[in-house]
Design a protein around this ligand. Structure first.
Ligand SMILES: Nc1ncnc2c1ncn2[C@@H]1O[C@H](COP(=O)(O)OP(=O)(O)O)[C@@H](O)[C@H]1O
Ligand SMILES: N[C@@H](CCOP(=O)(O)O)C(=O)O
Length: 323
């Protein structure tokens, strides 16, 4: 989310007491995001990003906290999670759990501004992330794997809106094709799984932080490359080769894709396009929240990715990205 839960005065006081954050100066809701309620909190102690979640379990949040601790210690550009006075990475509060992060400096880039150099810099950081996080001992399966997505599509197929049910049937076909091409032999490790433009801060041309690790989990490393490729390298109905190639060039400075990964990139990209089309239909299109509480994200731009991939096929994608 967005803004599903409003923190009342008593809850806010409990929060600043539990985290020893001093006196509240300002609390502002942030409509960006999808399934959590997000806030900018300014106190006498500093500026913070506060996430209230009704979706994530204690295990999920412990996995994220442990991963961020490793990334911070490795000087990977990532957010600093603030612990409570008792040393806990989250606080049970107002029907959910709150996590507090130091406020990140930097800006998020808009699509029009992207250059191959940005994608190369991002690719380098993605490759570093996979290398650094390889030593993380936490365990978390992908909460949004093919079985979950298939369940979403089954639900959407029953939707009374004929357009949505037809799209769900089409996506089922793409999902089956994607799964048949994902190989299963490629290396797995910790992945971020949600590196979109609004989850990366930049200072000039440098990545200052990759954040929002709440979807991080263990899965194929290539899935992370594919999700990032989809998010950053598609514009106005087509994949932009120079951006795709920039991303892969940067990534391979850190780790060279194995032959099995080159082959399965297409399957992961198609899966990613299906997964985000479906989640955007569920979390944004069918959400009852107004735009001031949930900044909308268009599922059609992801459907367009799935269709473009389906049409170009595995060899087409490999030629496009240059691997
Ligand atoms: N630590 C942070 N500092 C500053 N801004 C942040 C921070 N974390 C998130 N944001 C801002 O809030 C927006 C939504 O956060 P995000 O973590 O993506 O939400 P959600 O987990 O609900 O999807 C981001 O796009 C970013 O602009
Ligand atoms: N990145 C996803 C939605 C998940 O929300 P986020 O704010 O956590 O990135 C999308 O763009 O569909």
């Amino acid at each position: 989310m967005a803004l599903y839960t409003q923190l009342d005065a008593a809850a806010l006081q409990r929060l600043v007491d539990a985290y020893a954050l001093g006196t509240v100066r300002e609390l502002t809701g942030i409509p960006q995001g999808s399934i959590n309620s997000n806030f900018r909190l300014v106190t006498s102690a500093g500026r913070y990003f506060v996430r209230h979640t009704t979706v994530r379990s204690a295990d999920d949040l412990n996995f994220e906290a442990g991963l961020l601790a490793l990334l911070n210690a490795s000087h990977f550009p990532s957010p600093r999670l603030v612990s409570t006075r008792d040393g806990s990475p989250f606080l049970e509060l107002q029907g959910g759990r709150v996590v507090v992060f130091a406020w990140l400096e930097g800006e998020e880039l808009t699509r029009e501004r992207l250059t191959p150099e940005h994608l190369e810099a991002l690719g380098v950081e993605l490759g570093k992330l996979h290398r650094v996080a390889a030593s993380y001992l936490g365990v978390r399966a992908n909460p949004y794997g093919p079985e979950v997505v298939r369940g979403w599509l089954k639900g959407l197929e029953q939707h009374p809106d004929a357009e949505l049910s037809a799209i769900a049937r089409e996506l089922h076909g793409h999902l089956a094709r994607a799964e048949s091409l994902c190989g299963g032999l490629e290396p797995r490790g910790v992945i971020h799984a949600d590196i979109f433009l609004d989850n990366v801060k930049w200072l000039g041309d440098r990545v200052s932080a990759i954040f929002d690790f709440e979807m991080a989990c263990q899965d194929a490393l290539t899935l992370d490359v594919a999700i990032t490729l989809n998010a950053w390298c598609f514009d106005s109905g087509r994949y932009r080769p120079e951006l795709c190639q920039g991303l892969l060039r940067g990534y391979q400075v850190q780790r060279t894709l194995l032959p099995a990964e080159r082959e399965s990139l297409f399957g992961h990209a198609l899966f990613g396009a299906v997964r985000y089309t479906a989640s955007r239909i569920r979390d944004f299109h069918l959400s009852g929240l107004p735009p001031d509480k949930l900044a909308p994200k268009d599922f059609r731009t992801y459907l367009a990715r799935a269709r473009a991939l389906h049409q170009m096929g595995p060899e087409g994608l490999r030629a496009l990205v240059g691997v």
